[in-house]
Design a protein around this ligand. Structure first.
Ligand code: ATP
Length: 234
C-alpha cells in the first residue's frame, strides 16, 4: 500500500519558489525512506507541506489515499502522518509525562498502553517522567520528541534531522532507535549524516535546489558518483 504519494508539487514562500516538480513515494513496505540534500535544498519545506502547513501551488499529495488539500493541517495527523520538527517543539515547562500526554490527543483512550510501549523503548523517559522537558539533555529531548510523535500512533513518522546537534555517540543511539521504530512503522528521515541515513534507507531521495536530483535504494545512492563526490568524500 502507498502511504505517501507526492506528485509533481511546486511550493513557494510568497514569491520565493522553493520546491519544483517534486515527486516522492513512501510505501508501507518501506522501513525507512531517507531524504538528503544540502542546507536550503527544501527538505524541511517538503515535510511542512506534507504536514499541511504549506500548500503546493501545483501537483498533489495523498496520504493513505486521501488528498490532503481537502483536510486542514490538524487532520493530517489523523490520516497517519506525524512530523517531528528539527526544533522539537517540546513544552519545556511541562514534564516528560505531560508532553507524552499532549502527543496522544488523537488516541487518548489508548494513552496508558502506548505510553508503556514508549517507556519500554526509551527507559530514560520513564526514569525522568516527572522532570520538566526543558531540563533534559539534548539527546533526552530528542527521544522525548520522537516518543511524543509515536503517541499519535502514526503510519509514517517523519523525523527532521533527529541527530542534529548531538554528540556522535548520542547521534548513534538515535539512529539505533530509528532502526528499532522502523520495524513497526515507516520512518521518513531527513538527515545531515548522509552515510548513516542512506545505510538505513530502503528508498532514498536526494533533493538539490528544490528538485529531486537522484532517487533509488539507499545502497544505490551510497554508490552513486554524484552522492559520493558531493556528500560523502572527505
Ligand atoms: P536545512 O538543512 O538548512 O534545514 P532544508 O533543505 O530543510 O535546509 P528548507 O528549510 O526547506 O531547506 O529551506 C529551503 C529554502 O526556503 C531556503 O532557501 C530557505 O531560506 C527558504 N525558507 C525556509 N523557510 C522559509 C520561510 N518561512 N520564509 C521564506 N523562506 C523560507
Amino acid at each position: 500500500m502507498t502511504l505517501i504519494d507526492v506528485d509533481g508539487i511546486d511550493v513557494a514562500y510568497g514569491d520565493l519558489q522553493v520546491l519544483w516538480d517534486v515527486s516522492m513515494t513512501v510505501d508501507e513496505s518501506d522501513s525507512v525512506v531517507t531524504l538528503v540534500g544540502p542546507n536550503g535544498a527544501g527538505k524541511t519545506t517538503l515535510l511542512r507541506t506534507l504536514s499541511g502547513l504549506l500548500e503546493p501551488s501545483a501537483g498533489s499529495i495523498e496520504i493513505l489515499g486521501e488528498d490532503i488539500s481537502r483536510h486542514p493541517a490538524e487532520e493530517i495527523i489523523d490520516l497517519g502522518f506525524v512530523h517531528v520538527p528539527e526544533e522539537r517543539n517540546l513544552f519545556d515547562e511541562m514534564t516528560v509525562y505531560e508532553n507524552l500526554r499532549m502527543g496522544s490527543f488523537t488516541h487518548r483512550d489508548q494513552f496508558d498502553e502506548t505510553r508503556e510501549e514508549i517507556f519500554e523503548m526509551f527507559p530514560v523517559l520513564e526514569e525522568r517522567r516527572e522532570q520538566k522537558a526543558g531540563t533534559l539533555s539534548g539527546g533526552e529531548q530528542q527521544m522525548l520528541a520522537i516518543g511524543r510523535g509515536l503517541m499519535a500512533q502514526p503510519d509514517v513518522l517523519a523525523l527532521d534531522e533527529p541527530s542534529g546537534a548531538l554528540a556522535p555517540q548520542l547521534a548513534e543511539r538515535v539512529f539505533q532507535k530509528i532502526e528499532e521504530i522502523s520495524t513497526d512503522i515507516t520512518v521518513l528521515l531527513v538527515e545531515q549524516h548522509v552515510d548513516r541515513a542512506l545505510e538505513l534507507a530502503d528508498r532514498a531521495y536526494l533533493l538539490e535546489n528544490g528538485r529531486i536530483a537522484t532517487e533509488g535504494t539507499g545502497d544505490e545512492l551510497l554508490e552513486s558518483d554524484h552522492v559520493v563526490d558531493a556528500y560523502l568524500r572527505g
